[in-house]
Design a protein around this ligand. Structure first.
Ligand code: 6MZ
Length: 354
């Protein structure tokens, strides 16, 4: 196995419905085609396409949501996504997803999330620790088996198309599900849609109640919104592609960690090429940053792929890759006990470096 696949990794920016296996998506689309719900031939080339603009990505998400949003499928894709991350030695995963309501099939935001949690419980290829004090069946902590272990925590996403009331419902649900591994809130969705002020009351409430917050910030040029988001002092931001100098000054002085998704930024055209990607500047300035996948299914990538891409583009060796991965531990939303365990895993990997 290549070294960057076997090294331990921490994934903090992965959207559930963006991380679905292509094979699963095609299988589900085919089944819906056979039922006459969609025209498979229309859909197939959209799924198989590789390069997509940011707007095309959001059109694809609307299609994916038609294909995946029923309880059984949500459970299945959650299980598969966790297994896929674990198979490339992700040892801590913060998986984010937008709770969805679909009255015609009896789905509420809560029942959607219950289907997600069912998916976490269904994983059997690896031991999943997904909730505080949860020891899954067959958990290897005491019995000394060599089954891999992954910590999974959940972030509930607010979609920028939603209303203040929708956003508040999501935050309340997150609070009720804290004992099932929910640790924070994400604001995401098409960055050209919606207004920051719509979500602010729910985000403030989330913060008051002790949830951590990460915001998709600066995915499109919108200086005022970027400024307002930075003033809110989120625990992390994602992307930061269109930050201007004063935004960077602000983010750097506040030391706000940035979730960096190289392949996603290049594929959507938000950044023209890796040699001008802000990873380089942030890395050399030692600004807190975390390499992430965003949507490993949509962009045909993996976290290992992102590490080797960063290594080859910015001249990182094994030691630097491992350090980069280890630094991510400081920015997870889970508690200190988990941080300690993760540090041990990285330190033991560091001990094997020649
Ligand atoms: C902004 C994104 C995104 O929540 O249905 N999402 N939002 N920028 C991105 N970069 C390309 N990638 C994914 O996962 C899919 C949803 O995550 C958000 C969008 O709201 C998308 O509908 P879930 O599991």
């Amino acid at each position: 196995m290549e070294w960057w696949i076997s090294m331990p990794k921490v994934e903090l920016h992965a959207h559930l419905n963006g991380s679905i296996r292509d094979s699963t998506l095609l299988e589900l689309a085919k089944a819906l085609g056979e039922k006459g719900v969609i025209l498979f031939s229309d859909v197939e080339h959209v799924i198989r396409k590789n390069d997509r603009s940011l707007n095309e990505v959001f059109k694809l998400f609307d299609l994916i949501h038609i294909i995946t949003t029923d309880h059984t499928t949500v459970t299945r894709i959650t299980k598969e996504v966790v297994e896929d991350f674990a198979s490339e030695n992700v040892i801590y995963l913060e998986l984010r997803t937008t709770p969805k309501r679909n009255e015609s099939i009896g789905m509420s935001k809560r029942s959607y999330m219950e289907a997600v949690v069912k998916g976490l419980r269904a994983v059997d290829a690896v031991d999943v620790n997904f909730a505080p004090h949860y020891l899954g069946e067959g958990n290897d902590i005491c019995n000394g088996t060599t089954k891999k272990k992954i910590f999974v925590r959940l972030l509930l996403s607010i979609d920028r198309r939603e209303t203040t009331a929708d956003a508040m419902e999501t935050v309340k649900l997150a609070l009720e599900m804290r004992d099932q591994g929910v640790v924070g809130i994400d604001l995401s969705g098409n960055p050209t849609v919606g207004d920051w002020m719509t979500f602010l009351p729910a985000l403030k409430f989330a913060r008051e109640q002790g949830l951590s917050i990460t915001l998709h910030c600066g995915e499109v040029p919108n200086p005022k919104e970027i400024q307002a988001m930075l003033e809110f002092l989120p625990e992390r931001v994602g992307h930061a592609c269109f930050f201007k100098e004063d935004h960077w000054e602000n983010a750097k002085s506040s030391k706000i960690p940035v979730e960096i998704c190289l392949t996603s930024n290049i594929r959507t055209g938000s950044i023209s090429s890796l040699d001008v990607h802000h990873f380089g500047d942030l890395y050399h300035a030692k600004h807190p940053l975390i390499l992430c996948t965003d949507d490993s299914g949509i962009f045909s990538t993996s976290l290992s792929g992102e590490y080797i891409l960063a290594a080859s583009s910015f001249g990182l060796g094994k030691k630097e890759m491992l350090e980069l991965g280890r630094n991510a531990i400081e920015f997870i939303f889970a508690d200190d006990e988990i941080k300690r365990e993760l540090r041990e895993a990285f330190d033991s990997a560091a001990g094997t470096l020649e």
